[in-house]
Design a protein around this ligand. Sequence first.
Ligand code: WTA
Length: 629
Amino acid sequence: MQIKNLEEYNIAYEESVKDPERFWASVAEHFEWQKKWDKVLEWNFTSPDIKWFINGKLNITENCIDRHLATKARDVAFYFEENEIGKPVREITYQKLHDEVCRLANVLKSFGVKKGDRVCIYLPMIPEAVYALLACARIGAVHSVVFGGFSAQSIKDRINDSSCKVVLTSDGAYRGNKQIPMKATVDEALVDCPSVTNVLVYKRINGKVNMLNGRDHDWETEVKKQETVCTAEIMDSEDPLFILYTSGSTGKPKGVVHTCGGYMVYTCYSFLNVFQYEPGQIYWCTADVGWITGHSYITYGPLLAGATSVIFEGVPNYPDAGRFWNVVDKIKVNVFYTAPTAIRALEAAGLDFVKPHSLSSLKVLGSVGEPINEEAWQWYHKNIGKEKCPIVDTWWQTETGGILISPLANITKTKPGFATLPLPGVQPVLVDDKGKIIEGNGVEGNLCIKFPWPSIIRTTYGDHERCRQTYFATYSNLYFTGDGCKRDEDGYYRITGRVDDVINVSGHRIGTAEVESAINECEEVVESAVVGYPHDIKGQGIYAYCIVPKSSRSHDEIRKEILNTVNKIIGPIAKPDKIQIVNGLPKTRSGKIMRRILRKVAEGDVSNLGDTSTLLDPAVVEEIVKGKI
Ligand code: WTA
């Protein structure tokens, strides 16, 4: 399954395009199936209808855990580094992982959770979060993880969209020197969630929580009652494994659905090849399990490969900006995978936080979630990788399930800012705005993929039409990523960023429509328009233009109210960085907001605002430029 050199990559790539079914069947052979598939692939991008490993039967947790027990029961699956410094690292062996997952799966069963039922997970980055995902998968329940930075309202919307039966949460979370309540937030959400029958609460911070009799249960107490054996549910390749909500350019976040067979095959294959993980190495991905990276490259991919990983509860700047490097030395991490936003923040903190650490265990560095600017790439390469570790700049999305374009460590020649080449099985194309495929090199266009790979999105939960509209209708017979991309003279891909109304803030995807609709909940705001602008650390910041008629309150007060409202409706991650109060927005005569102009102003590029003659009232532009923050 693991490619070893450039020649093997070239051969694998060619084979994967010539005969994808044969190629993926040979990869899938490496897993344990309770029944082999009848046919490898059926697909069309029109409906869309995509099925991999048809009629194959499996349970992904048997492949993540049980399969390794004969040889690896005592090997460490996870090292757990707590938020607080100075604590010994906790070790979770594959045997312990098995036992904890089975017990938790049995608790879920005792709550009446059955195959196909949805379970919401709202937990900090602690081993229990990983147990939670796997416990669901063990019994065929569909997990829906909600990132800890989302508000009660966001949790409620997600729970109700997929009628979750159970919520797994904790009293609270440690985050640097803060304690964040979680159960209280869940309580607020659950006032309006009729489908939820049981809540399991892990005590992490020993906080005071309200426990509702009959509904809420203490994690430890329940788990202790259960046995460490739980037969794995037999799943069809195309049974759903999980739902993960993600923001798009319109409306509310959608529930991206991934299924069992293809996701298993692709996450393992991509993990082994991109990072060139070798048995015995220690791998650390700093993502949160609330995002796709935490699903595919903390939980499933590494475990399927039998790897040893790190789970880190803390944040990069606590107690200081040397924390990551402290942990790298402490646990002797070999493969380190993080986001450009963290790299930029640590770069800004200065080299004094890097110097005391040897970092000599590092062999491979990774980047994910947003374009990495050349300066950050060079800093990472020089100061962290000491110019001897390749950087794998991995491009992918919640919808792709796994990494699609990336160097293979020590195999693909890297180039700063470039995700380089597609993995075997991935067929990217660039298209112009009319959908015409742009051939050749030294070109730029909208990034699409023209052939399915095993972990491609299958549907959006409860609304297949939305899936079709969003990803498969823009350009016929192509999966549209929403990203712009360049292909240089060497055929290398460089992602330039979103071409739709999605902003990427610190690697988190945020829909401008969502933020606008939250802002509009403020009584004093009549209308708003939100755009992204370049931000030194976050990659992009959120710039909000808000129309507020004459008011007795000061602009500062109104701004505060806007921030509180966004915090309450979406969560702290969507709070605008800049709020400009305006009297009007630039609109065309048909009432469409001209975001192009707003983006330019937010970027500070007001010299060339383009043609404003089609505007209903060109004077508003002048006012906006004058009032720019
Ligand atoms: C962006 C995260 C440039 C891109 C795994 C994509 C990237 C969106 C990269 C998906 C990269 C992710 N270089 N841009 N290496 N990786 N992106 O769903 O715009 O949270 O569409 O998945 O992040 O974000 P998501």
